[in-house]
Design a protein around this ligand. Structure first.
Ligand code: PGA
Length: 247
């Protein structure tokens, strides 16, 4: 089984204006020829401009969320098909900020994944436990359950990634130990294996949560870590490129 090519994806969250496109251009310039696949997921309104700007570079553009329907009366929402039409190649789904802030359940995330596949987008499906769950010894069962419920059978044979992001590590500067990251990634890999068989070996499992230039090399070289989903440190080209080059 070929090892998956690692993906380093920047999640800009609700940050960035048109003026921020200079950072994207600098990222594309600096990432040329690097070992990883590199993606930037800006706010939806920047996807079209960024896709045009980065056309012909190796950096992919992705969305941060998508509705499970392709079109319809869903005021304020954006569909996967629209993201693809604007130039996106990937989409983050089930991020903990969507799960906690918008009540997204595993079943909703699974429907969003189906919509992403219909649109030809590569989903990055996020899972991760909360601090109370970890402290109660429930991290692995919770994440296993999320993987089971958020990944529909249609993913078989299609490109996708899972991002393990412990909720308590997101934006806090805290990270699990390398042993804890490896343990959780092994649990995700085993669950993927149950669902998708040997092909699951080729699914990159990204780590996310306070990845920074200073800890990226150690995290990216940990067993079963197939890349990173980077929030705050993806907003500045210098920081994001330091992470990309840590591989
Ligand atoms: P962070 O966010 O790198 O700022 O912790 C990661 C994420 O939410 O994907």
């Amino acid at each position: 089984m070929t090892a998956p090519r690692p993906l380093i994806a920047g999640n800009w969250k609700m940050n960035g204006l048109r003026a921020s496109l200079v950072e994207a251009a600098a990222i594309a310039e600096g990432a040329a020829g690097c070992a990883a696949r590199v993606a930037i997921c800006p706010p939806a309104v920047l996807i079209h401009l960024m896709s045009e700007l980065l056309a012909g570079t190796e950096v992919l553009v992705g969305g941060q969320d998508a509705h499970w329907e392709d079109a319809g009366a869903f005021t304020g929402d954006v569909s996967a098909r629209m993201l693809a039409d604007a130039g996106a190649k990937l989409v983050i789904l089930g991020h903990s900020e969507r799960r906690s802030g918008w009540g997204e359940t595993d079943a909703m995330v699974a429907r969003k994944v189906q919509a992403a596949l219909r649109a030809g987008l590569e989903p990055i499906v996020c899972v991760g436990e909360m601090l109370e769950q970890r402290n109660a010894g429930q991290a692995a069962p919770i994440v296993t359950e999320q993987v089971r419920g958020s990944l529909p059978a249609e993913l078989a044979g299609r490109p996708f990634c899972v991002a393990y992001e412990p909720v308590w590590a997101i934006g806090t500067g805290l990270t699990p130990s390398i042993a804890e990251i490896e343990e959780m990634h092994r649990a995700v890999r085993a669950t993927l294996g149950e669902k998708f068989g040997p092909a699951a070996e080729a699914v990159p499992i990204l780590y996310g949560g306070s990845v920074k230039p200073g800890n990226a090399a150690e995290i990216l070289h940990a067993a079963e870590v197939g890349g990173a989903l980077v929030g705050g440190a993806s907003l500045k080209a210098a920081d994001f490129l330091a992470i990309v080059r840590a591989l």
